[in-house]
Ligand binder design. Sequence first.
Ligand SMILES: NC(=O)c1ccc[n+]([C@@H]2O[C@H](COP(=O)([O-])OP(=O)(O)OC[C@H]3O[C@@H](n4cnc5c(N)ncnc54)[C@H](OP(=O)(O)O)[C@@H]3O)[C@@H](O)[C@H]2O)c1
Length: 281
Amino acid sequence: MTPRPKRRAAHYRDHRNQRSRSTGLGYRDHRIAQRTILITGGTSGIGLALAGQLLARGNVVIVTGRNTPGLEAAERRFPGLHTTQSDVSDADGIRALHETTIARFPKLDTLVNNAGIMRNLKLGDNRSLEDVTREIDIDLTGPIRMVQQFLPHLRRQADALIVNVSSGLAFVPFPISPVYSAAKAALHAYTRCLRVQLQGSGVTVVELAPPGTETPLFRGEFEKEMKGQKGMAVDVLVRRAITAIEAGKNEIRPGLSNVLNIASRLAPNVIFHQMSKVGRS
Ligand SMILES: NC(=O)c1ccc[n+]([C@@H]2O[C@H](COP(=O)([O-])OP(=O)(O)OC[C@H]3O[C@@H](n4cnc5c(N)ncnc54)[C@H](OP(=O)(O)O)[C@@H]3O)[C@@H](O)[C@H]2O)c1
């Protein structure tokens, strides 16, 4: 009988930027090569750029998205990329994704919860109850359910990695995007708890909190509000994220995300006041 790895029991600590994955040298090796990686929402923006860079490093990469034309375009752009149509807001879809992915890619060891939407919502507008919580369904419930479904498999791998893509807005809410801000703040809290619960399990939990990044999401519903603002280039963001994961960081806050994180602790009302002016005029 194989002995189960010992877990650290009572007092888990939330080690920020800890080094992990023991190499016998006292730190863990986080190189992202020769992994089998599932990226939700990998047909556009950050997910697509991440897929491209991870493929180029010799990983097997599978991406999901809801729309077939987007999946086909991603395959054409990056030959060798695997794609599967799946909606993270659909529980049955997650169960089916798990079954087909594990059967086809039994070495799957990395899950990137990246799929997300961000809307410019006026809370006083007439909207159905189903519609008003779409960001919760996709950006929060989606990653929680994906982890729930894939964790047993990931725990059986020698060295697994979960990356949850939150946002700088997890630290300071953006009033023109209220449900999104709530979803990302909750995803941040969930990811911290997950990291603590999985400490010592062989599954590393990383949070990537991007700042405004030049993708269709950034421009989509915010063209007017973001006029004159330039987001981080998506390839730069992804390069920085990969470098940070390989350096053993577990909460990655590139550029303005780090500013928001610090400001949220030092002067929370000042920064929130500034963010509250956007879209007012
Ligand atoms: N860009 C930014 O400024 C920024 C900043 C902070 C955080 N983020 C986060 O980064 C992540 C990626 O955003 P992005 O800027 O790259 O957006 P994007 O270019 O709009 O790409 C979003 C991706 O998610 C997929 N997707 C959306 N809903 C889905 C669902 N229900 N199930 C499966 N896939 C779904 C989309 O494909 P389909 O539409 O075909 O499903 C697409 O592949 C999101 O979680 C976002 O919140 C972005």
